[in-house]
Design a binder for this molecule. Structure first.
Ligand SMILES: Cc1cc2nc3c(=O)[nH]c(=O)nc-3n(C[C@H](O)[C@H](O)[C@H](O)COP(=O)(O)OP(=O)(O)OC[C@H]3O[C@@H](n4cnc5c(N)ncnc54)[C@H](O)[C@@H]3O)c2cc1C
Ligand code: FES
Length: 256
């Protein structure tokens, strides 16, 4: 089955982990091609053809048949997704896009809130290659540090930061970035989270001369290069298209 066709998948679990943050597990049968960390799927919360209901989500974890998504409810599509119960069916297309490079280097993962979603699959892959990454994970409160225990199992070190100080360090994740890069001799940083976090992180990471790649979770239409609804301005000129050139992009190539 092509990665570009929608297939039906059965909901195995759809659990609210923290207010508005859900962990969805589906059985995609044998119709889904193997995924790479950092790739995404287009999901329709209902069986059917309504293209206006397709939404992109990072692949949180993947095994043959079983795929997981971590999502926050923000509007109509994610609201419908949150109502799905085990045994119900959704439509999905993927894996799509370019993922993370998983060659062996000293990697630091920087996550903000639900932006942690693509990092479980990536951390596990790096761990299995004998290259456990370092993790810096920030959120507003301790409740929003979703799936941190599962992720930490694959990481050489985990530093958590909360804005209200309810767990770990207090403040913004970017305040602890400089130390994390210097202390661990980091060769590459991967980031995912809100754009202001990415922007602030880029300034710090650039000053260390370390490459910075981001999974950019902006608005998308079709997911397959047709609608041009995912255009992101390039730092020099022209546009990048998230669904084909990304969602993982070199942060220096983007005009922030
Ligand atoms: C490649 C990719 C991977 C993604 N992975 C994840 C993931 O793993 N987990 C997750 O929770 N979300 C992820 N997102 C974001 C997710 O696709 C959106 O939150 C979702 O499409 C919103 O759909 P909706 O119908 O609920 O909201 P809508 O009804 O479409 O919008 C509701 C509100 O949310 C805002 N909004 C919509 N999309 C976004 C967005 N992408 N970023 C910020 N604000 C938005 C709208 O402007 C509006 O104010 C990803 C996006 C991309 C492009
Ligand atoms: S989302 Fe349609 S072209 Fe990228």
């Amino acid at each position: 089955m092509s990665a570009r066709a929608y297939i039906n998948a059965e909901v195995v679990k759809n659990l609210e982990l923290a207010e508005g943050a859900y962990h969805l597990v589906v059985d995609a049968g044998s119709g889904m091609e193997p995924a790479r960390p950092g790739q995404f799927v287009m999901v329709r919360p209902k069986e059917g053809l309504d293209p206006l209901l397709s939404r992109p989500f990072s692949i949180h974890e993947f095994e043959p048949r079983r795929m997981e998504i971590l999502y926050r409810v923000v509007g109509r599509g994610t609201g419908l997704l949150a109502r799905l119960a085990p045994g119900q069916t959704l439509s999905l297309m993927g894996p799509l896009g370019r993922g993370f490079d998983t060659t062996n280097e000293k990697v630091l993962l920087v996550a903000g809130g639900i932006g942690v979603a693509p990092f479980l699959f990536l951390a596990r892959r790096l761990y299995e290659q004998g290259n456990s990454p370092h993790l810096l994970f920030g959120a507003k409160t301790k409740e929003e540090l979703v799936r941190v225990e599962e992720l930490s199992e694959f990481c050489a070190e985990t530093v958590v930061v909360t804005e209200d100080g309810s767990r770990g360090e207090k403040g913004l994740v970017t305040e602890y970035l400089e130390a994390a890069i210097a202390k661990n001799g980091v060769q590459k940083v991967y980031g995912c989270g809100p754009v202001p976090m990415i922007r602030a992180a880029l300034r710090i990471i650039e000053s260390h001369g370390v490459p910075f790649f981001v999974s950019l979770e902006e608005v998308m239409g079709c997911g397959v290069g047709v609608c041009l609804g995912c255009a992101v301005p390039r730092a020099d000129e022209g546009y990048l298209h998230l669904c084909k050139d990304g969602p993982v992009l070199d942060a220096r190539e983007v005009k922030w």
